[in-house]
Design a protein around this ligand. Structure first.
Ligand code: FAD
Length: 423
């Protein structure tokens, strides 16, 4: 049986994106997806400039641009009082970071990646292929699917999501349940009682809850994500985060939030899990990317984007190994280069996403007043809380003097301190 260069377990956004970027740099990839077909849930996704800049560099952005919406503003609102607290001018952010902020339907992103992958002769795609058995034999890795097929590769990459089978080979931990639940979905725009503009991404923040709204698919669909801390979960109920609890939680919010809730789909809900940052994603000939490597809470809207950054980093690190058999030493070096670029940074995004959620969800009168005052007093053109994530700031912008003649701050540290990656 022939040996593949890379076997990719999982064909979600992370797996297909990485396969595509690797294939375009000459690496042969076999993708094993457990589902009967490649697909995504019917909801939206935000991609910030740090992601779209990289997608432009690797020639993938042109695939998704036609199916993306380019909003003008990111708006933060108080969900209880209805007050607008601060905004991010996304046209100015595009100048600052050299790439746009886009929102799109998950299926549109996945289909764009899938079509591009299908056109690559270096990629072989399989569905109905659930990775079960993994055996690292030192000079190669053997993978067995639930259906009994066996594949041999130089490297196995686990892009198999939050409950990753591949991760078990490397990190001994479990997903962490935050006790929050999400109701989400993109529905025809005319089905939503919408109070905010169609060129805005809106975040409504309230005690133990938030609602995010934005248009997708050229404005035909409106995406909404309602997230709340479940009291039923805290009480230990098996059936928690129910539609009745959703209604109870949002009943106390301002009218613009309340009117949005009836248009949410209620037939499915998602418990919000993440994982602790891991110190390494690699063992021998097995490595990780995407949620399998760094599952995070969605409050920075970065999980899928970070998985695409993993793919880009792998596509820089692996092709140096060339077409012959990859020696264990050379492969270890290439994977170390990948980890040096990605592990600590993704860990910081994981930890900061938790803190960001805590800030959005503050409970109690005084904490809310303090949170709102920090947001309210922020200058619209103060980027110090996102430079670390969306940066680097483009040279032309960084060289411009500020109004008082001083140079603008570049690459400021996150306002929320980052935690060091832990085992
Ligand atoms: P997944 O999407 O989970 O894909 C894993 C794939 O592997 C699946 O296709 C699965 O079927 C397959 N698989 C699993 N096990 C096996 C196996 N044993 N063998 C073979 N195949 C297997 N991110 C953003 O960037 N922007 C956002 O705005 C954003 N919003 C979000 C909102 C919510 C409410 C949530 C919950 C998440 C959000 N995210 C966002 C995060 C994002 O959805 C994830 O980080 C991203 O989808 C992870 O992609 P992945 O390919 O790593 O994993």
């Amino acid at each position: 049986m022939s040996t593949d260069q890379v076997i990719m377990a999982g064909g979600g956004i992370g797996g297909l994106g990485a396969a595509l970027m690797l294939a375009r740099r000459g690496v042969k990839v076999r993708v094993l997806e457990r589902a009967p077909e490649f697909g995504e849930v019917g909801a939206g996704l935000q991609l910030a400039p740090n992601i779209t800049r990289m997608l432009k560099e690797v020639g993938v952005f042109e695939k998704i641009a036609p199916v993306s919406v380019f909003p003008k503003r990111l708006v933060f609102m108080n969900a209880k009082t209805g007050e607008q607290l601060t905004t991010l001018d996304l046209a100015d952010a595009e100048r600052r970071y050299g790439a746009p902020y886009v929102v799109l339907h998950r299926s549109d992103l996945l289909n764009a990646l899938l079509e591009a992958a299908q056109a690559e002769e270096n990629i072989t795609l399989h569905t109905h292929s659930m990775v079960e058995g993994i055996e690292d034999r030192g000079d190669r890795v053997v993978v067995r699917t639930a259906a009994g097929e066996e594949y041999t590769g130089e490297l196995l990459l686990g892009a198999d999501g939050l409950h990753s089978r591949v991760r078990k080979e490397i990190v001994h931990d479990e997903p962490i349940n935050s006790g929050y639940v999400a109701y989400r979905g993109a529905v025809p725009v005319e089905d939503v009682d919408r109070r905010m503009a169609m060129d805005e991404v809106v975040v409504w923040m309230g005690p133990g809850m938030h609602l995010v709204q934005y248009p997708v698919r050229a404005g035909k669909l409106y995406n909404q994500v309602a997230v709340f801390r479940s009291q039923e979960f805290l009480e230990g109920k098996e059936d928690w985060g129910t539609p009745e609890e959703l209604d109870r939680t949002y009943a106390g919010m301002c009218e613009s939030v309340r009117v949005a809730i009836p248009s949410l789909q209620r037939n499915a809900r998602w418990a919000m899990f993440d994982r602790e940052p891991a110190a390494t994603w690699t063992k021998g000939r097995v490595s990780l990317l995407g949620d399998a490597a760094h599952a995070m809470l969605q409050y920075l809207a970065q999980g899928a984007g970070q998985s695409l950054l993993d793919g880009a980093a792998l596509a820089r690190a692996l092709p140096v190994l060339g077409e012959g058999a990859w020696s264990s030493e050379a492969l270890a070096d290439a994977l170390q280069t990948y980890e040096d670029e990605r592990v600590a940074f993704a860990g910081t995004v994981q930890s900061t996403a938790r803190t960001w959620g805590d800030i959005w969800h503050v409970d109690g009168y005084v904490p809310m007043i303090l949170r709102d005052e920090v947001f309210r007093s922020r200058d619209v053109y103060d980027y110090s809380f996102v430079d670390w994530l969306y940066g680097p700031v483009q040279d032309a912008v960084a060289a411009q003097p500020a109004a008082d003649g001083a140079a603008q701050p570049v690459g400021a540290a996150p306002v929320v301190p980052s935690a060091a990656p832990a085992e």
